[in-house]
Design a protein around this ligand. Sequence first.
Ligand code: GLC
Length: 703
Amino acid sequence: MTVQEKLGQIQQLTWTGDTGPGGGQTEQTEAAARAGLLGSVLNIHGARSSNSLQRIAVEESRLGIPLLFGLDVIHGFWTAFPIPLAQASSFDPEVARLDAEVSAKEARSEGVRWTFSPMMDVTHEPRWGRIAESCGEDPYLSAAFAVAKVQGYQGPADGSELSRTDRIAACAKHFVAYGGAEGGRDYNTVDVSEQRLRNLYLPPFKAAVDAGVATVMAAFNTIGGVPAHGNAHTMNSVLKEEWGFKGFVVSDYTGVEELIAHGFAEDGADAGRLALNSGLDMEMVSTNVADHGEALLSDGQITMERLDDAVTRILQLKFDLGLFDNPYSGESAAVAEPTAAARAASRASAARSMVLLRNEGSVLPLSPAAGSIAVVGPFADSTRLHGTWAGPGASRFPSVGILDAVREAAPGAKVTHAGQDLTLAVAAAAAAEVTVVVVGEDPGLSGEAAVRSDIGLPAGQEELIAAVAATGKPFVVVLVNGRPLVLGDWVDSAPAVLEVWHPGIEAGHAVADVLFGAVAPGGKLPVTFPRAVGQIPLYYNHESTGRPYNPAKPEEKFVSKYLDLADGPRFPFGYGLSYTTFAVSRPQLSRESIARDALERGETVEVSLTVTNTGEQAGDEVVQLYVHDVAAGIAQPVRRLRGFERVTLEPGRSTTVSFRLGAQDLGFWTNDPAGTFIVERGRIDVYTGTSSTTRDCSPLTVV
Ligand code: GLC
């Protein structure tokens, strides 16, 4: 390969119709492909159009190296699954695997070989719109979902299935700590300690690398003043040297160019040099490395060795994908629309991801034999509830409306509809046996660059709820949203509240399945719902502080609290109700103490407990395991999730759930930039229960 061909291989350009800053580089893209000066193209799909561009690269360029086509297939291609934050609420990683498997089949058949997914940014920031794409505030849960998605897209960690026509390469993003943006403002400053970087933000990426993720995408933010796109500590030292990552790192959209705006690079040449030397391997849309690479090489600012390493990583994935043997997609094999099976998978995933926040007086489940049901609110009949980053299917295949689905589920009922008009909604509610009030956020209010400074229900919606409540008739509030919301005090008196997030293409059917009890709600919150935006950041895995608030002594002044607000969240991490009730026994440990070196040899402690369905209906419960190292060289969070299992039980039935705790569960990373993980001697409290607020605890002593 000539130097120019090598520089071309590490360049990715975009395609027609892309509305981003570099959108519509079609002519430039085709010319570069023809000249053999292009490695990858994003935002192209369709077997026919991708094949025609591929033919230019393979048949007209000197070396005929195939292009790698990438696209954001985040939670669906044709078949939109629930948003990732919803999927995390299922506390069942199989939901994420199913999304990835269906999406990979559909995308691969339409020429896509690489998705910029899973996004695995842990975040404590509900104002940040990209929390919708995340799995919430906990690294352990996020890691479990990241692994399931990588495996669903790629197959086993050894990459042996990557060339199959139902697999695509995955991308762990955004590397790293993007979710720590100050103020929740997208792209904003992140300044975290090494221990928080390693204990909170890095674990999902390490898990994804261990699962064989093919690529990693750099994040837009700085980390301690050093932009992620020029951060040798995170990309070279941690990702490539410490973890041995053999795939390649792609920039985010014009992320290399943005090193100039960050005040980190002087100009394009400086940006290209800094990015490449810090461990970045492919530049997306901006062209600094390609434009300045030859000059940088000749005056020794970058080395041929580094350039060859980047090119090798990219070519290796192309070989693993089978692109050299099979660069084209079979146009007759294209999956042109959601299949019934794909829709059923999305519908089941969405129902499994819903969280019952309140159900007083058993308003839910609704009866299919109800005489009259009113469905009101701004989203009652919306067919755009796919969610942010929903893939090409969202613009072609409307989501099923809640109103239509309620009519299908209760064919004998008189089902009336009103939007947000108070008079009409109140009249409908007054005339009906029960009312479903559908409120929340338009999907455009979450996702990238969609940050809200106030995360309450948008204007007029609380008035609607109050007006329906004033009729005195039973009602259910259904929340469609892409982030935690600040819910007013109405939530303490609403008969029933169901969190459904943005449920994807089968939205209405999944909501009706849960409202009418065809599917029992069993999800749990993967994020904290604060009482007020002024509390943010508020999260379950927080440090104790030296003066923790004591709920038994609310009058205590000199403790960590607000003068003007009750302590704690409206709804905590791990919380969710069911149509039945469960009893969970205290955790039984297989041993009360364990030697530190036994842990380091791989020995574990078993934690077991019994769950019983003490109600009248079948249902799901998510048993959660948390640890708290009560005295450590780095003050530890009061709870760290270290296990979860969703169980389904018939009324009266019990089951035993057991977990294993090893060194990796009990230890923590220190502030050592070279990476030191330690398990300290002393007491570690082991909690089990059905929410992060559980107090059922058994002490374990590390000796
Ligand atoms: C966007 C996002 C990133 C996405 C990329 C390509 O700006 O930050 O998640 O994969 O550009 O669309």
